[in-house]
Every structure is written in C-alpha cells, then in structure tokens.
Design a binder for this molecule. Sequence first.
Ligand SMILES: Cc1cc2nc3c(=O)[nH]c(=O)nc-3n(C[C@H](O)[C@H](O)[C@H](O)COP(=O)(O)OP(=O)(O)OC[C@H]3O[C@@H](n4cnc5c(N)ncnc54)[C@H](O)[C@@H]3O)c2cc1C
Length: 483
Amino acid sequence: MRLLIYIVGNGIAGLSAAIALRRAGYDVTVITKGSRGGSSFISKGGIAAATSIDDSPQLHAEDTLKVGDGLCDMEAVRYFTSEAPVIIGELTKMGFKFDSDLRLEGGHSRRRVHHKADETGRVLTEFLLRRAVELGINIAEDELVALQVKDGIVRGFTTRNHGTMGNVDYLVLATGGYAYLWQYTSNPPTNTGDGIAIAFRVGAVASDMEFVQFHPTITTLDGETMLLTETLRGEGARVVNEFGERFAFKYHERGELAPRDVLSRTIYMELMNGHRVYMDLSSIEDFERKFPGVSDFLRRHRLSSKDRVPIYPGAHFTIGGLRVNVRGETNIRGLYAIGEVADTGLHGANRLASNSLLEALVMGFNLPRYLGEPWDGPRLDDGSLVTVKLRDHGPIMGIDEVRRVNWEYVGILRSGDGLRKAVELYERVNTTINSRESNAVLVSYLTAYVALLRTESRGTHYRVDYPDKDINWRRRIYLGVIS
Ligand SMILES: Cc1cc2nc3c(=O)[nH]c(=O)nc-3n(C[C@H](O)[C@H](O)[C@H](O)COP(=O)(O)OP(=O)(O)OC[C@H]3O[C@@H](n4cnc5c(N)ncnc54)[C@H](O)[C@@H]3O)c2cc1C
C-alpha cells in the first residue's frame, strides 16, 4: 500500500528526512513557505560529533549535560551523542566534504565541531537540496495553516494555496523554531513558530517553551544581519566598548569566552548602560582563510577585519517546542516533529553549541527506521502538565508588535512584572485564527506563561527577581490546550 507522507519545511531536518524516506522507498512531498529554508541556510559553526581518537560519545554527552543545567533528558543525550559519528559518516558517504580540521566551541571539552569553513549551513543545505532534486522529491512552495486530528490521530492538513488534504498517513513537521519573534534576532522571518502553534491547537503537547537561547554577537550593517560565530572569539576576537575596554571580564572570569547566556546578559547590560559594543577582530591571524563568510560580509559593507564591528545580542535558538521522543513522535499518532520545532530534551535548559544541526540531521535521517513501528509518543513523567485555554475572539496583534513585547518583557533579563504584562497583553488577543500573526501570539503567550511560572534562573532563562537556581524546579513544564 502506498503511504501518503508529507514533510513541512525544507531546512536541514526536513531535507534529510525527505532524502532518507525516499531512499527507503517511500513517496514524500515537501511543503515549504521559504524556498531557501529557515535557520539551516544561515547556520555557521557546524555539527558536533565525537569522531577523533581522544574523544567519545560519553564525553560529548557529559558536555551536553553540563550545559543543559539539570534538565536534559538522559535518553535523548545518549541517543544523539552516540548517533552523531554515524551521521557524519553517512554525510561523508553521500559525498559531503567537511573541512579536515575539527573546531572547538564554547562548552565542548574536545575539538569536535565538523564544519565547512564558516558556512556549514549554506553548503550543507545546498548539498541536501541537490540530492533531493536528484531523487525526484517534489518540493512545493506553500504554507501549512492547519491540521486535522480525530481520535488522537492526524488525518489531514490545510495549506494556504491548496486547501485541505485528507487521508494523510504521516505528517512530519520540520518547521523550525520561533526565535524570529524577538525584535533582535539572528533568525530569518520564516521562523515564527507556525508548526508549534498549529499542532498545539489540535492537542499536541509543548514543553520547555521558556528556554530561549540568546546569542551574544550579532551584527547588522546597512540592514543586513549576520551572526558573528562563536569560533571568532575562540580564535581571539575581543568584545570591547567604545573605549576599547574588554568589559566582559567585569562579569565573568573568562571574559568574552564566558558561556553564551552570560555574555549575552553582559553585552545587554553594557548597551542598557548607554555604551556601544563592538567585536574587535584584529588579533585573528589568517582571518580571510579561516572566515571567508565573515570576510565577504565585511567587504560588502566596506569594512575589514581591522575595523571594529558593532554587535548586539539577540534571540537565536528556541529549545522549547512540540514534545517528542527521540524518534520524533508527538502525542498525536502519525504526527512527527523533527529539528528545532521539536523538543526531545537533548538541550535541557541550555543548548551546547553545534548540537542542534546534529539533532535535526539525526532525527531526519533516522526517520525511516521507525516508520511503521508501534507509535510510542513522548513520555511526560518528568514534569507537570499545565493547560491553557485559547481565546477565540478579540483583536489580532501584528508580528512587529509581538517582537517588541517579547524583547521588552520576555527577553534576556526577565522579571515577574514584565512577564505578567506580556501574558496580560497576549491574553487579550485571538489565538485561534489560522494565520502567521495568531501563531506568533500563541507561541509567545506559551513562552511568557511558563517563564512566569518558573520562579528561578536556570540555563537560558534568567529572572532578575529569582536570580538563583531552585532544586524544586529541576523539572520541565509541559503545556497542553483545554479544548
Ligand atoms: C545564524 C544562525 C547560525 C546557527 N549556527 C548553528 C551551528 O553552527 N550549529 C548548530 O548546530 N546550529 C546552528 N544554528 C541553529 C540551527 O541552524 C537550527 O537549529 C537548525 O538549522 C534548524 O533546522 P530545521 O530544519 O529544524 O529548521 P529551519 O532550518 O529553520 O527550517 C524551517 C523550515 O520550515 C519552513 N516553514 C516554517 N513554517 C512553515 C509553514 N507554516 N508552512 C510551510 N513551511 C514552513 C521554513 O520556510 C523553513 O524552510 C544556527 C542558527 C542561526 C539562526
């Protein structure tokens, strides 16, 4: 019997699932609202995998757990760190050529970041796209707007251009995260959390929504935004204010090499104190060869590595998403979520650098292994389920307004007062309409709601009114809808 399988999203998660399913003999159609993919295309540093002789999946797992700050799912950590070398081998077998050196990134105890110069995401996405075309996979430009679910099983879906499609056997959400919903961000406008909102409305459980990773070093020159990758700092780049002072040492002994969340807060506070903040690249040797992508970008904007580049922190990666097991199964039968739209628990409360492309690739490439097996779904026994009611009337709120509210009240430094304000604003808005705006509000509402509940600081979630970690909060918050 021919199965009807649809994948939504053509980032690295969606493309690797499509290729793997096609190679396993299934017919698949990919639907995507952005032809160039989402974050995948602009991702930089690379993919973490323990492949060298002085490294092991065990060490990779230990680093992941340390950064995850007490909330990682052990099964997920073990699974992804041990599948990582297999996936690198698989890509190499397919003909993808990584650079020969392994890079070291913050939080990793070994050099294990596999990369293609500083443009891993673009080169890998183009490679996978070429493979998908060679395999005859149909990639249609369209936008998912709704899902149909009956008796806990996905039955169909609706897209903006083609209406409703029924009798679907499997639907794979690979729609990426929602970090575009903050005024300052490294993410492209495709990443507004559509997949999470659409599935949540029909009963999918979401989790870890309060954990939003902010990246400390983003720049915008003449309207073009670029993430200045962590490896620049690893290679000697300095973070300075307008007086050339390396102010990060005032907040953390490792200065600009402090963990991402610490450096984001440091830069944010320096900016709030009226200073300007720059990255000074002048001490990196052999800059053009090591960082061709950044060199090109600077040249396009009439700068070089000898100039100081203005930087700011912004939303970068959303840890929360649709709760799934490592296979990508949600609590709705037939509905998978893979990549950044999903929350397997791998990242816990904070993500180890270069673990997300890894997660997307493993979930995508391994999907055919599990298709047709009894549906397991995620375990929800390591936390508490909170249910929320959706508002089916009231005004709508535009995306720019959502981004402003999130930046101001659900941002890098959070407080009970600010979060309450965001929740109140979002509670007035209609969150049941099948639109990008309504999705953005729903996802932001869930984020602010649980960020308010979590009265502690842990991982990426920082509360000025609760600056310490609280052992009683060593559990995750699951969210479900009241129907
Ligand atoms: C600047 C930057 C650098 C990064 N660098 C790294 C790195 O070095 N290493 C690492 O591990 N991670 C990195 N990350 C994170 C990583 O890129 C992402 O987590 C990963 O690419 C997510 O892949 P994905 O396939 O799940 O989603 P995405 O690549 O975001 O793709 C989502 C897709 O879904 C589509 N879509 C969304 N909504 C709909 C809808 N309603 N209908 C149809 N289609 C829809 C979008 O158009 C897009 O094609 C970086 C992120 C950014 C922004």
